[in-house]
Design a protein around this ligand. Structure first.
Ligand code: MN
Ligand code: MN
Length: 317
């Protein structure tokens, strides 16, 4: 018997409940080995072994899934959302959740191969990979899965340049990732936005510029319009490090840096990038729930992914 005495099924039976196993936006689970079609495939990569300071981003995918269920339609799946800005229903797409990769401690070369193969499998299904790290090192094996693609511009949103070539022999850590990505033959340019870490090295900045990339620190984004710095009409991969946001709105990350971007700034970067280009993949990295408070970092990260879906599917603002 239900509380209203009717005996009718309650919220649980209607799928209204936020409890139970969480998938991203309550999307159906899909195995990479099975046949399926979807517009977007969410993949968790719980890897934080390339972290130099505070690990914990291996729990990022779980935190993003847990908070994302609130944006699912009546708790039963993803159906887009009404966007007050544009007075339109946007973001409607078919999305599946491919779960988390099963990684093996200290076998990072195996893990990187599995990441590349898994993202290639998602592309083989015809879906856009929406990848949740993990630390930022995962973006290199993820982008390696686009081998043979037309030249890709990477929109890199981060507090850190991540362009160190070699740190005492370390070449595949999360601080080297954009340097490795730029070496991929199918990557033609990196546009790095939000860079401000006081640990940035001049030689890395010079190498970054010499390689034909662009740096846009937070203080250059005002009053200059964000739209002016974004690529147009390109094949674009978006690599979104949560520490690009100010630590006030994203404390839950291994290497927070003061003076960061606002939610609205990152929303604009994501939405305008999606509107102006052919976005081939998106990752969100470095969400570390052990340092989070009130789920605010996971919430801001998940909502920004939702806003990216809104810009990609169904509409103009
Ligand atoms: Mn990074
Ligand atoms: Mn960073």
């Amino acid at each position: 018997m239900t509380p209203d005495g009717t005996g009718q099924p309650g919220a649980q039976a209607l799928g209204l409940s936020p409890f139970g196993p969480a998938t991203f936006l309550k999307a159906p689970q899909a195995s990479l080995a099975d046949p399926w079609t979807a517009d977007v495939a969410f993949l968790g990569i719980p890897f934080d072994q390339a972290t130099g300071f505070r690990p914990g981003s291996r729990w990022g995918p779980k935190a993003l899934r847990d908070i994302s269920v609130r944006m699912s339609a009546m708790g039963i799946g993803w159906a887009g959302y009404y966007d007050l800005r544009s007075d339109r229903h946007i973001g409607q797409c078919r999305i599946v959740d491919c779960g988390d990769l099963e990684l093996l401690p200290l076998l990072w070369e195996h893990d990187f191969r599995l990441m590349t193969d898994s993202v290639a499998a998602i592309r083989g299904h015809g879906a856009m990979p929406l990848v949740a790290g993990g630390d930022h090192s995962i973006s290199y094996p993820v982008l390696a899965a686009f081998a043979g693609h037309e030249p890709i511009t990477v929109v890199h949103i981060d507090a850190h340049l991540d362009y160190r070539d070699d740190a005492a022999g370390v070449r595949y850590g999360h601080g080297n990732v954009m340097r490795r990505i730029r070496e991929l033959p199918h990557v033609e340019k990196i546009v790095s936005i939000g860079i401000r870490s006081l640990r940035t090295r001049r030689e890395d900045v010079e190498a970054h510029r010499r390689d034909g990339n662009e740096i846009h620190p937070p203080w250059t984004l005002r009053p200059r319009a964000i739209e002016d710095i974004l690529p147009k009409g390109k094949a674009v991969y978006v690599s979104f490090d949560i520490d690009s946001l100010d630590p006030a709105v994203a404390p839950g990350t291994g290497t927070p840096e003061p003076g960061g971007l606002s939610y609205e700034q990152v929303r604009t970067i994501l939405a305008e990038t999606c509107r102006r280009n052919r976005v081939v993949g998106i990752d969100l990295v470095e969400v570390a729930p052990v340092f989070d408070y009130a789920q605010v970092t996971a919430l801001n990260g998940a909502m920004l992914l939702v806003e990216a879906l809104g810009a990609l599917f169904g509409g103009r603002e």
